[in-house]
Design a protein around this ligand. Structure first.
Ligand code: ADP
Ligand code: ZN
Length: 752
């Protein structure tokens, strides 16, 4: 007897066995979506295993199989099992994460249209062609000129109803058939095809190394496992491609994928959501055309559904997508690429709180597929794995585009005396002069404001009063446009007081440092220049992101002011100056990765400046000029930064020298939430082994958000299991009052 082990959509961390009726046997495979009796109800679920025996004596029979064929491969089911285990999440939640909602939902369908074709033999027509009316003749002519035309298009074009077409169908002249059409996210976007570039020496070496891991694997398929060299390489299925900005990493990915496709295999390329621009996707489409499918959050549900099925059927073998594309159902997968592997946005914020880079590495391991991680500023986690010889390393230190590295100047913004004119200044004298120079030369400038952290708050320079949101413990952000203070967490707003509520200083409203303030100052200083701000508020309107970048590219904008949005993956040939308004803002977030983030950000921004013939210039304004992250960024020195930062992390047993788990609790009542956190900590502590470093239950740095109080417990240990097993045990059977919610974040990347 075959028994299907099923996870159901109802959130229960268990699998259930059902007997498979004979009639359903032929369709039964791991990954199938099935209908099963569950208590008194009938629910849907996925088959996660087929077994011969069950622990239970009597099994209910499965009711039916939904959809054609399995939606999930056994390898993906195994990946979900690992994910649930490692990230401390229920298995069926992990299974659900494998598919986009648009695919999972009942009734998710292909869109069908009516398509008209003429029948080739005219003899089949009763009475011959002479009997056609003028309208019918027009229809026939149009269909013969364009076989497979949509019915709606045909009638629209001829300006008539569908009646004559139906008549012709009855006469046997035409066929009208339902056909599935693809909702194509690329409609109307043509790209010029491009061929492979001649590689530079470093790129060639990197590609050889990647090919080596690919071929290694091929020669092992089916063959006996040999010890020594071969199995070493097999273990090292991950290549870290550390290449400075503009060193041509993408070209290496493209040629590696080419190699894979030539063998009849597919590839997945992960790109941070924010960098998934038409420009980025265009580079892949230029090389591989229709073999590219995209998966990201800007697709409509229909597009996502269709792209997913195109991948599953093998119609598109190369997937370019954001975080969740790591689960794309590519059969015969040959390679996974994770670009900008250090990006924190690869971490999912709901359970299972997976890190797409780490899932990629695990999927590669499970499916025997090489993984390439690329970055100009690798995460210390990956760097550590290179040091421990778990990952192979390929390095690109020269720019492929022959641009020179920009000169980076650090400007000390500290007050030099009681009547220092720098006070409250947005632009230092140096930055001002440099901008003036560019404006005169008709070159472009980017001003970058790192807004992560609490940067745009109003702080009274006289009495220190800060405007804070009533329901979230963050400072409010000042928006000049509507003269309102906005909370970026809960969205509430209120009018700006005309003077400081603490001391009545009228300068109060100018004391914040947001993009709007910078825009205001720059416009006042350079009235002749065209200035555009780009941040989340401006780009909330659809398409404005692309429009602004388009305007900037063609030179309609002289000075672009923005947040991290403009720091990523964009190439503007005429930008010769980048100013970082306050480099320190990201250093002040209460997170041990603050230095790493600052370095990454500065290095990214610096990569934007300069073009072939003109060396770009980067001006970094800071209150902490000697901070290691700032200094390393000035020298574009990743390895120097990594050495220093690693020493600090090792000293304190922070990642990558230990794994870190952050247990978060939130609730409407401060005391109940605090008490829950303390109770959990008390229960957990005796279960933890000696190796686990544990912290007390404390208020989170963002102590209140959307009206909910937030507490956290942080654990560190070299072994994840040594933390997650006790956490599961402590949480089992533990009841929390009212609305208190608990989350477990393994390898947390944000400790806010
Ligand atoms: P990265 O991803 O490392 O920042 P890109 O792949 O975007 O770098 O390459 C930067 C620029 O250099 C691109 O315009 C690209 O077309 C060009 N480029 C890359 N490799 C080569 C090469 N081998 N020869 C000439 N140009 C190259
Ligand atoms: Zn708020």
């Amino acid at each position: 007897m075959t028994i299907a082990r099923v996870v159901v959509d109802v959130a229960l961390d268990r699998e259930f066995d059902y007997s498979v009726p004979d009639a359903l046997q032929p369709d039964m495979e791991v990954g199938c979506r099935v209908v099963v009796p569950f208590g008194r109800r009938v629910v849907e679920g996925y088959v996660v295993a087929l077994v011969a025996q069950s622990d239970l004596p009597k099994l209910k029979p499965l009711k039916g199989v939904v959809a054609d064929g399995p939606l999930l491969s056994p390898a993906l089911v195994a990946l979900a099992r690992w994910m649930g285990e490692y990230y401390c999440a229920p298995f069926e939640k992990a299974v659900r994460t494998l598919m986009p909602g648009a695919v999972r939902r009942r009734g998710a369908k292909h869109r069908e249209v009516l398509v008209v074709r003429s029948v080739s033999t005219m003899e089949s027509m009763e009475g011959g062609i002479a009997k056609l009316s003028a309208k019918q003749q027009a229809v026939l002519n149009a269909v013969q000129a364009e076989p497979g035309i949509r019915l709606s298009e045909l009638t629209g074009r001829l300006g008539m109803s569908a009646a004559p077409v139906r008549t012709l169908e009855k006469k046997g002249v035409l066929t009208i058939e339902r056909e599935a059409t693809r909702r194509d996210p690329f409609v109307g976007r043509e790209v010029l095809r491009s061929g492979p570039l001649e590689l530079m020496e470093e790129q060639r070496v990197a590609l050889e190394l990647i090919k080596c891991t690919l071929d290694q694997r091929k020669s092992e398929v089916g063959g006996p496992r040999s010890e020594g060299q071969a199995s070493d390489l097999r273990k090292q299925h991950v290549v870290l491609l550390y290449g400075v900005t503009g060193s041509g990493k993408t070209e290496v990915y493209l040629q590696a994928i080419d190699h894979v496709v030539a063998r009849g295999e597919g590839a997945i390329v992960l790109v941070p959501e924010i960098a998934l621009t038409p420009q980025t996707v265009g580079r892949f489409r230029a090389r591989f055309g229709d073999q590219i499918a995209v998966l990201h959050s800007h697709l409509s549900d229909g597009e996502r559904h269709d792209e997913w099925h195109r991948i599953r059927r093998g119609l598109a073998r190369i997937v370019v997508g954001a975080r969740s594309a790591v689960f794309a159902p590519v059969s015969r997968l040959g390679l996974i690429v994770v670009d900008e592997e250090h990006e924190p946005s690869y971490k999912q914020e709901d359970a299972p709180r997976y890190h797409a880079r780490d899932v990629a590495v695990m999927r590669g391991h499970l499916e025997g597929v090489p993984v390439v991680l690329g970055s100009a500023t690798p995460s210390l986690e990956s760097w550590m794995n290179v040091r421990k010889k778990k990952y192979l390393l390929a390095t690109l230190l020269h720019r492929a585009d022959h641009r020179q590295f920009p000169r980076v100047r650090v400007v000390d913004m500290r007050l030099k005396g009681p009547d220092d004119k720098q006070k409250f200044k947005v632009l230092s004298h140096d930055l001002m002069e440099s901008i003036r120079d560019r404006v005169e030369k008709k070159e472009q400038t980017i001003l970058f404001l790192n807004r992560r952290g609490f940067s745009t708050s109003l702080v009274c320079q006289k009495c220190g009063h800060v405007a804070v949101c009533d329901s979230c413990s963050v400072s409010l952000t000042y928006h000049r446009q509507d003269e309102h203070l906005h909370c970026h967490i809960c969205g509430s707003q209120r009018k700006v007081p005309s003077c400081c509520p603490g001391c009545a200083d009228p300068e109060f409203k100018y004391s914040g440092v947001g993009t709007q303030r910078v825009e205001h100052v720059v416009k006042a200083c350079f009235p002749q220049a065209s200035v555009q701000r780009m941040d989340r508020d401006v780009t909330r309107r659809k398409d404005s992101y692309e429009r602004i970048l388009g305007d900037f590219r063609v030179g309609k904008i002289d000075i672009l002011i923005g947040t991290q949005m403009i720091a990523k993956g964009l190439h503007f040939p005429n930008v010769t100056l980048v100013g970082v308004v306050y480099a320190d803002l990201s250093l002040h977030i209460p997170d041990f990765r603050a230095g790493e983030r600052t370095f990454q950000l500065l290095a990214q921004v610096a990569g934007r400046a300069g073009r072939g013939d003109v060396a770009g210039e980067v001006i970094v304004q800071t209150f902490t000029p000697f901070q290691p992250a700032v200094q390393a960024a000035r020298r574009v020195d990743f390895e120097g930064f990594a050495d220093q930062e690693m020493a600090f992390r090792e000293e304190l047993s922070y990642p990558p020298f230990a794994h870190l788990v952050c247990i978060g609790l939130s609730g409407k009542h401060e005391e109940k939430t605090a008490f829950s956190a303390q109770t959990l900590a008390t229960r957990l502590r005796p279960l933890l082994g000696e190796r686990v470093i544990w912290g007390e239950a404390t208020p989170a740095p963002l102590a209140r958000a959307k009206g909910r109080y937030r507490f956290q417990i942080i654990l560190r240990c070299k072994s994840v299991k040594a933390m997650t097993d006790p956490i599961r045990n402590a949480l089992t059977g533990m009841e929390f009052p009212g609305d208190v919610r608990v989350s477990v974040d393994v390898d947390a990347v944000s400790l806010m």
